[in-house]
Every structure is written in structure tokens, then in C-alpha cells.
Design a protein around this ligand. Sequence first.
Ligand code: ZN
Length: 274
Amino acid sequence: MPDISQLSINLATVRQQWGLIEALEGVARAGIPAVAPWRDQIAAVGLKAGVRRFRDLGLKCSGLCRGGMFPAASPEGRKAAIEDSLRALEEAVAFDAACLVLVVGGLPDGSRDLADARSQVEDGIAALLEPARAAGMPLAIEPLHPMYAADRACVNTMRQALDICDRLGPGVGVACDVYHVWWDPDLQSQIARAGRDRLHAFHICDWLRDTKDLLLDRGMMGDGVIDIPLIRGWVEGQGFTGYHEVEIFSAQNWWKRDPDEVLATCVERHRTAC
Ligand code: ZN
């Protein structure tokens, strides 16, 4: 049975109710040891102030969200995306994150060239890799569900992400988010292929059978159809000892609730449904 010492809260889970500082304090108050902050949340209070409160509270960082969004219609756009990811890398280092999560980006505006977008993604990660290695910060490609291939991520399976990792070498691995990969018939074998060294993050929530919104209707663990204990077993079977990071975007439900209640529910469901 999972223990609260393994729990992390991706701060998107309470983003509508709390800013960064309140969220850090709320997580600490709930006895949860780790968080994954988003860059817009950090920017709203400033990196220094955010890191200071984070450290004072004794929290750990299971990942920083996010770098990526590499494909662009112009060379200037591609350069800007890499520069932005380099700033994300600095922030990940400042939070001593377990990894910098990469949501790699989809098709540039006006493009139908998926192969080219994927090749731009690989070029972007390659450009980030040396600085990341130098900083000792693992990059974690997060494959997103194929429904986001156009607008968010054209890397959609663990296999595809690991093929990129194989080509680029050490310093880049994957973030395994059950919401995105639970349906994949190759999931177990690809988790094994990733192995301990390339599994940098494990994100949990649930897939609601009657999903109403493709982005903002993620379920609380136990409310949907994903066999989270099974997938956790595969991940931990590889020796993964990182956090179980709860990441729930839920415009109509969890974002409307008292955030302390949301965290209490995360703690309880982590124990009973994960
Ligand atoms: Zn995720």
C-alpha cells in the first residue's frame, strides 16, 4: 500500500484555488512531502521567493512543469522555444527537481507535417541536452495521449519517447503519466524497456469513462477506469523509487472544491486506490 511519504502534488491540481505560496503551504500542512510546480505559478511570485518558501517548508520537487513546445513555423520560433526551455532548466535546478518535464509540442500553426514536427522535437531536445547534462538535471519526455498530437505533444507513446531517448543517449528519459498511456498495449514492455535509469517521473490521476472535456476533466484516483496499482507495480518493478505525483486538471469538479479537501482526498485515494 502506498505511503504518504511517496506522495507528491502537481500544483496544477489546485491551480484555480491557490497561487504558488499558498499551494506550497497547503501541501506542507497536509503532511505531503513533495510538489511539482508550474512555471506560470512560479513567475507569478518570482523564482527567488518561490524557492525560498519551498525550502523553508522542507518540500521536495518531483518535477518541474515544463519545458518543450519545440515545433514552430519559423527558425526564430524554434530558437525561442529552446531559449524558453533553457530558462525552465534553470528553474528546475533552482527547485532541485527530480527532472524537467518536457511536453514536446504539436504541429506548428498551419502545418500538417507531423513527421517534421517530430523531427523538430528531437532537434529541440538535442539542443537542451548538453546544458541539462552539465546541470545534472534529467530531462523527462512526457508522452501525451494521441488526442493532443496536434496542439500539445506529437510524442504519444512510451515507445516513441524511448526511441528518441535511445537516439539521444544519456540525460533524457520519460515521465510516465497514467492518464496518457494507460490504454497502450505495449505499456508494460515499454516501462521495462525504460528501466530504472530512464523512468524520471510517475504521474497519477484517473480516466473517467464519461470524460466531458479532453483537457480539463481528469478524474481523482479511484473514480475512473485506470488500474493504477497495476501500472505502479510495473514502474516500481523497475526499481523506480520516485514520487507518485498527483496531477489533476478538473475545471468542473476538483478545481471548484476547497483545496484543503482536494489534498485530503488525494492523500486518502493515494492510500486506497493506487
Ligand atoms: Zn503528467
